[in-house]
Design a protein around this ligand. Structure first.
Ligand code: FMN
Length: 431
């Protein structure tokens, strides 16, 4: 608990500091933590943080980001986030990555990219980019939408992104720039700025290189929270999908970061598929867990357990029928709002396609949905045409048993940790 109250304080200050002050503060915190026992050390750090940030403290309204749904292009749009929030009240939600240029060039059309319903809090806007001026302008424009945090993308391996003015995972090779970029974003917003990165890029994949990146970025910028996709990125033309499959997961790098940077917060990401596995990561003292594909592919089975299993909330008794009723209201209220008949029923129904995963009637429901996309113009009629395929017992049951998962996913990870990071070289550089 101490650790997580630590998170909420650390993440709740307004990160507008000079780079020099930040850098000193970081070194000081490392020392104070090293001189304490584990739990006492963390609470000591929190007090120090409070002192340094007193004038900038803001009240925190949400639970800690123990669990978050990853940013996923074309997937975590407004529709999916609406569905996710109907299922879990406490999960932190991330937008798809938005390029700073998109925000700047679509200045007159921002609602389309940045608007969301207030229920979606806590919500994080992920920005990508490599032009400092555009990052500053984009942040300023996004302020009007009151996101809870801004996350800077240093993990996307897509050649489309990497070739487009060098951003995404490629930026891990230029931590000085990342530090500048975050400082620019932080100077233009009142909310915390975090980084999502890989554990390495191509041949730059040693634990030491990862630590150099974390050290430099956190010394040169106010960021205190890194989300670590625990596999490296391959930038040699391997597709984004293969980049999420081929490079091996190295959870030991993630856990070594917790040991070597006790003043920072790290969220683990990559290959975690069930609440059982989320719990297993937290049991090994992960600060937070981010899940991507599994949250999209099994929304009910995964998100349906997050509030109770991860946040300790009492069971809500919520059923799929209740979720769909609210989703229908949402869907019918947004159809066509972007003009040109978009979003249409197919767009709004897309996140539902996995809602009945492995339930009786699922295949028939999908076939009916396909047919309904041809002629339905409202979500109400879409549900009338399709839900007959799903038995009442499925629609009216609350979330079921916790699906099995690899309880031992992180067992033994502490015995695999790479040797501790020696920051003395970097400390001399940044002294
Ligand atoms: C369809 C898709 C789109 C993605 N888009 C983004 C993105 O916009 N920004 C980002 O940081 N990561 C993106 N990712 C990566 C995920 O955020 C996450 O890091 C990755 O899927 C590993 O987590 P998982 O194993 O839980 O899925 C995307 C992943 C998928 C499957």
């Amino acid at each position: 608990m101490v650790k997580f109250s630590g998170y909420s304080l650390i993440s709740s200050f307004t990160p507008v500091h000079s780079v020099v002050l930040k850098s000193r503060r970081r070194l000081f915190l490392v020392k104070c933590c090293k001189n304490s026992t584990k739990s006492r050390g963390l609470s000591t750090c929190v007090q120090v943080d409070q002192l340094y940030t007193k004038g900038n403290m803001v009240a925190r309204r949400y639970h800690r980001p123990l669990f978050s749904v990853a940013p996923m292009m074309d997937w975590t749009d407004n529709h999916f986030r609406t569905l996710a929030r109907l299922i879990s009240k406490h999960a932190w939600l991330y937008t798809e990555m938005l390029a700073a240029e998109t925000i700047v060039y679509q200045k007159g059309n921002l609602d389309r990219f940045l608007a969301y319903s207030p229920e979606q809090h806590p919500i994080v806007l992920q920005i990508g980019g490599s032009n400092l001026e555009n990052l500053a302008k984009a942040t300023e424009l996004a302020n009007a939408y009151h996101y809870d945090e801004i996350n800077f993308n240093c993990g996307c391996p897509s050649p489309r992104v990497a070739g487009h003015g060098c951003f995404g995972a490629r930026l891990m090779l230029d931590p000085k720039f990342v530090g500048e970029a975050i400082s620019v974003i932080a100077a233009n917003t009142n909310v915390p700025v975090t980084v999502k990165c890989r554990i390495g890029v191509d041949d730059h994949d040693s634990y030491n290189e990862l630590c150099d990146f974390i050290y430099k970025v956190s010394s040169l910028s106010p960021t205190r929270h890194f989300i670590v996709h625990s596999r490296k990125a391959l930038l040699n033309g391997v597709s984004p999908a293969d980049n999420r499959r081929i490079p091996p997961l190295k959870y030991e790098y993630y856990y070594a970061l917790l040991r070597d940077f006790p003043d920072l917060k790290f969220t683990i990401n990559g290959g975690i598929n069930t609440v059982t596995e989320v719990k297993a990561a937290l049991r090994e003292e992960a600060h937070g867990v981010m899940v991507g594909r599994a949250a999209y592919n099994y929304p009910w089975q995964l998100l349906g357990h997050v509030d109770t299993v991860i946040y300790g909330a009492p069971p809500s008794g919520l059923t799929r029928r209740e979720v769909l009723k609210k989703y229908q209201e949402y869907g019918d209220s947004v159809l066509g709002i972007n003009g040109n008949n978009r979003p249409n029923v197919r767009d709004v129904a897309k996140p539902l396609l996995n809602f009945f995963h492995s339930e009786p009637g699922n295949s028939l429901w999908k076939r009916k949905a396909d047919a309904a996309f041809q002629d339905c113009t409202t979500m109400k009629s879409f549900f009338e045409e399709t839900l007959v395929a799903i038995p009442d017992s499925v629609l009216d049951s609350p979330v079921g048993e916790i699906p099995s998962g690899r309880e031992d996913l992180f067992a033994g990870v502490h015995s695999l940790l790479p040797p501790p990071y020696d920051a003395s070289e970097q400390e001399a550089l940044y002294a």
